[in-house]
Every structure is written in C-alpha cells, then in structure tokens.
Design a protein around this ligand. Structure first.
Ligand code: ZN
Length: 280
C-alpha cells in the first residue's frame, strides 16, 4: 500500500495510491496518515480497503510529507562505500549518527529554499524508513518488523554550515525545506528487501548520483538495532540511511536558484524540487 497526504501545507488530507498510480481519498476511513495508524492491526484494516471504493483526487494536487506528526529524524552519514571514498574518509567502524530538525520537513515536490548566507547547498538521495512500532534494544534479526514503510528522502545539506564551523552537522542539515519526504509511504510488505534498491538523482536532467542500497556499509536492520541501543525508536520516527557517491561537494558544484533536482528510489516513486533563493 502507498499512503499519501495531499493538499495545501498544513491542511493535507489522507489518501492512498491505487494500482494505476491515481490518488484516492482516505478521509472516510482515517483522520490523517499518522503514527497511530502503524499498529499492525490498524494497518491491516487499511490494506483491506478496496481502493476502487474511494473517491479519486485531481492529479495536479500538491503532495505533503506522507506522515503527519514525525517527532524525530535520524540520519546516517558516510554509509555508502563509494560516498565515503569520495569524501576521502575511512569507512566508519560504527554508524555515524546525526539528526535533522523536524522543521526541515517538506513535501516531495515543494521548492527547496537556500537559507540566507548559504553558499554550498547540496543534494543527497536516500532511502528512508518510518518506524511503525516502538523499538528498544531490538536484535538485528527482529529489526525490520518495526518498520511501517519506506520512502525517499532528499537529505539537503549546506556544507559550509555542516562542516566549516564548530559543533554538529545538524546546523547544515536542518533549514526549512531541507528534508523533502515522499512522494508516498510504501508499506514494508511491498519492499521485501531494502538492501537491493536502485537510487539516483539528476540535477537539471544530468545524472549526479546512481547507486544501490546494496552498497550500504550498515543496512537498515542493523541501523535500527544500533539506534535502539541508545534511544527508543517511536512510531513515526524517520531514519534516513545515507547517500551514495555523486554529491555536489565532490563535484565542486553547489545548488543555485533555478536548479531542478529529480530523484528516485526503486519501488518508492520520484521527487522533484526546484531550488530557490531565500526571500524574506
Ligand atoms: Zn545524508
């Protein structure tokens, strides 16, 4: 099942995507796509709904963040062998964990706005998962059972803010619009193997990133198990799992107003963002 939220910012409605790729209105069944839906019995009840019975929505509608009420966004750095190599960094011995502020969340096709003073805006296509049931000290073998679904994350970054001052990466990862998610949440049953998904990103139509989640240093199951040693993962938490090679930092090409990023992950759809300069 592909769950989606559509409508203007702050007024999104719940929906699902049918087998023909059309959006259907789920409002007769649920108030919103929110973490309380991810309890397995509720999710099973949703999956039993016949999409044909739901009203069709206009194709031109805006899409929002596919899950309302996300409380934490955890991110993993240097998690692809080829990206660690291009960054000139050794493969990490354990996951490099950082977070993004939830204020950075935006719809999958909303503009990315470079914040005041930004000079090194950059792109990172990533596979992200959304936690469905709380996970605390879980084994790697049990970890994927805690995933509600998967979606695309563009882990937009400002490299000067991230790397050239003091302190933590969160500064360069958290500007408004720096975390487009979606277009939809694909429930975990439709992604039997998260470690075999192609992912790619084009800038103005030119391929910048072209990877496969098979090349992750630490897979999704390990990451969930690892994080759960230090904190309790809650329903609705997002873990974005790192990016393959091809980021702007290594190409000497940073985001400019007017650029268009198009990015996809196999099975999870496509995002498209126009880049804009900040205006007060
Ligand atoms: Zn990243």
């Amino acid at each position: 099942m592909k769950l989606v939220r559509f409508g203007e910012p702050g007024a999104e409605r719940p929906g699902l995507v049918d087998k023909d790729g059309r959006i259907r209105d789920l409002a007769a069944h649920v108030q919103d796509i929110a973490p309380d839906l991810f309890a397995p019995p509720i999710l099973d009840r949703l999956k039993a709904i016949d999409p044909e019975s739901l009203p069709l929505i206009s194709e031109n509608v805006r899409l929002g963040v596919p899950v309302a009420g996300i409380r934490d966004i955890f991110a993993i750095g240097l998690n692809y062998c080829d990206h660690a190599a291009e960054a000139g960094m050794a493969l990490p011995g354990e996951p490099v964990l950082f977070s993004k502020a939830t204020g950075s969340l935006s719809g999958p096709n909303d503009p990315v706005v470079l914040p005041p003073g930004a000079v090194k805006g950059d792109w990172e296509v990533e596979l992200a998962c959304v936690i469905g049931t709380a996970a605390h000290h879980v084994q790697e073998s049990e970890a994927l059972a805690h995933v509600a679904g998967y979606l695309i994350c563009n882990d937009v970054s400002e490299r000067a803010f991230q790397l050239e001052g003091t302190g933590q990466w969160i500064k360069g990862k958290s500007a408004d619009s720096f975390c487009p998610l979606g277009p939809w949440l694909v429930t975990a049953d439709e992604v039997p193997d998260p470690q075999n998904l192609k992912l790619w990103l084009d800038l103005n139509g030119e391929r910048m990133q072209d990877g496969n989640s098979a090349d992750m240093v630490f897979g999704v199951a390990f990451l969930i198990s690892y994080l759960s040693r230090f904190l309790t993962l809650k329903p609705g938490d997002v873990i974005t799992t790192g990016t393959p090679a091809g980021v702007g930092m290594k190409r000497g090409r940073y985001l400019r107003s007017g650029d268009v990023m198009t990015l996809g992950v196999e099975r999870l759809g496509v995002q498209r963002q126009e880049v804009r300069a900040y205006s007060a």
